[in-house]
Design a binder for this molecule. Structure first.
Ligand code: GLC
Length: 550
């Protein structure tokens, strides 16, 4: 049986992964063609982001039909072939269920708009506070009001994301039954895992004005969320012990995550939380430029690692996904220490307690895209905020600088397979521009190079399988206030693992308080390690993983 604690998940964003038919968009057959690559990396699961019928206003997170595959991505036969071929290679598929909202093109929403009361109750319609004033002052995550006025009803519907993504009313039992049916349908197709999109937002609390923020405190980790997840678990995937599930938790709390992902809570296997990826924000404000706060990054990771373990709950551990900028551009140093810093960052996550997720291209050290003109951007959130920033009085140049750092398109440029035309992603014109650096950051070259980031990631994935201490061990932060080093210790049945990572381009000496000579180094990003007694001399972005068995 697959043990999710020993597993690694590889995330595929199909649109940008591999285009098998030359139309410029990646597709399901493209994933099938690249399965050997994913197997060679050692991944146990592939999480595929949504490929259901969708107008693609949010690249598929606006679902029009949960039972059908968008022809842009292929057919049901293509999906079945992908599942079969993955299975042959020991890889399981994990699908992305977007259940907080549907596209406004979904049949349910269309019926609601025709005035069918039963379907209106699938969504959240409310009267305005006064003529022209929405029910609450909540803001959409993509900018602007979270309410859209519908003239024929003189009511507004709620959309926490784009105006074409209407929030579902989970308090309606019929909605929950329909969603269970969808889960069962895909289980029947041999899928072995699900990721649930922003699933901690499904239970809305009071519809009140937020005088302290954008409204999130009224619908985040809402009043019935645990009850609804338990119900979904029991009615669907909970019957299959091999299933793994991960919930994407927006602005959540530890206390809620003990329950979402607790060993005995029968909700989900694990959670994605994002606090560690807001250390280069100003509070919750993402559209600013501030250097990342290293101490805060450590504090957050340490707290989640230790407290989730204390409460026997499980984390998904990760740096990258399709919503985040590339980690090597974010916390590493692409100019001078690209390779060292990419390997170091991978080490931090892969030796932690939790199931690691690798986002396509991260294993190559892919960087932010370097776009300089708005015509290059595709993402709805980025396009909205480019306008909003300028409405707030920022210059165009400033708005570009902010986008270059925070835009979700940074991670959505095509996978870099080769150094050749369009990075080997497509024979046609890609839907979004390929990064220029594919001439030296690409899978073909890295597969041939033993010292590449790709080769290093393969070792990281294998370590978790070889060393129980990585999969099962306790977590203890070390030297918490060190200004440049992140270090921690894992322990399990007489085994000890020390993970020591220099986050900066300056040499530093780290004192461990333990005799390092008693350990052997099982992985590092420099050829040799300079340890003596209790000290490790660390070069720029150096990391080492030390192991001993008592
Ligand atoms: C999640 C997805 C993101 C999407 C949003 C709305 O955060 O990861 O891509 O835009 O939910 O569905």
């Amino acid at each position: 049986m697959a043990d999710f604690r020993k597993s690694t998940v590889y995330q595929v964003y199909p649109k940008s992964f591999y285009d098998s038919n030359g139309d410029g968009l990646g597709d399901l057959r493209g994933i099938t063609e690249k399965l050997d690559y994913i197997r060679d990396l050692g991944a146990d699961y592939i999480w595929i982001t949504p490929f259901f019928v969708s107008p693609q206003n949010d690249n598929g997170y606006d679902v029009e039909d949960y039972y059908k595959i968008d022809p842009r991505y292929g057919t049901m036969e293509d999906f079945e072939e992908l599942a079969r071929e993955a299975g042959k290679r020991g890889i399981r598929l994990m699908l992305d269920m977007v259940f907080n909202h549907t596209s406004t093109r979904h049949e349910w929403f269309r019926k609601a708009m025709e005035g069918d009361e039963a379907y209106k109750d699938f969504y959240i319609f409310r009267k305005g506070k006064a003529p022209g004033v929405p029910p609450t002052n909540w803001e959409s995550k993509f900018g602007g009001s979270a309410w859209e006025y519908v003239e024929q009803f003189d009511e507004y519907y709620l959309h926490l994301f784009d105006v074409t993504q209407a929030d579902l009313n989970w308090d309606n039992p019929r909605v929950r039954e329909e969603l269970q049916k969808i889960v069962r349908f895909w289980m029947g197709k041999g899928v072995k895992g699900f990721r649930f999109d922003v699933v901690n937002l499904i239970s809305k609390g009071a519809f009140e004005d937020d005088d302290q923020g954008d409204g999130r405190r009224f619908y985040t980790d809402g009043p019935h969320v645990h009850e609804y997840l338990k119900e979904l678990n029991e009615a669907t995937f909970g019957t299959d012990a091999e299933f793994i599930t991960v919930g994407e938790m927006s602005s959540t709390t530890l206390e809620n995550c003990y329950r979402y992902a607790g060993e005995d809570s029968h909700e989900l296997s694990m959670v994605f939380s994002f606090h560690h990826l807001k250390v280069d924000f100003m509070g919750n404000e993402k559209w600013v430029i501030v250097p990342f706060d290293f101490q805060k990054l450590k504090d957050i990771l340490y707290e989640w690692q230790t407290k989730m373990a204390e409460h026997r709950a499980w984390n998904a551990v990760f740096w990258c996904n399709h919503d985040q900028p590339r980690v090597v551009s974010r916390f590493g140093n692409v100019k001078k220490y690209w390779k060292e810093s990419a390997k170091m960052l991978g080490t931090v996550v892969h030796c932690m307690r939790g199931t690691p997720y690798i986002y396509q291209g991260e294993e190559l050290g892919m960087t932010n895209c370097g776009f300089t003109d708005i015509s290059q951007y595709r993402d709805v959130e980025s396009l909205n905020h480019f306008r909003i920033l300028q409405d707030k009085g920022l210059s165009e140049e400033n708005a570009y600088q902010i986008l270059a750092i925070h835009s979700r398109d940074n991670s959505r440029t095509p996978m870099q397979w080769t150094g050749g035309r369009q990075a080997g992603f497509t024979e046609g014109e890609p839907w979004i521009q390929v990064s220029e650096n594919h001439s030296f950051i690409n899978a073909e070259d890295e597969e041939r190079d033993e010292d590449s980031i790709l080769s290093y990631y393969r070792k990281l994935v294998q370590l978790r399988k070889d060393y129980d201490v990585i999969a099962y061990g306790d977590f203890e932060p070390l030297d918490v206030r060190n200004p440049s080093v992140m270090a921690y210790k894992r322990t399990w049945e007489g085994q000890e693992l020390l993970v020591i990572c220099n986050f900066y381009g300056k040499e530093t000496v780290w004192s461990s308080g333990q005799d390092l000579d008693a350990f052997c180094c099982i992985l590092g990003n420099y050829e040799d390690q300079r340890t003596e007694k209790d000290r490790a001399a660390l070069r720029p972005y150096e990391c080492m993983v030390l192991y001993r068995k008592k």
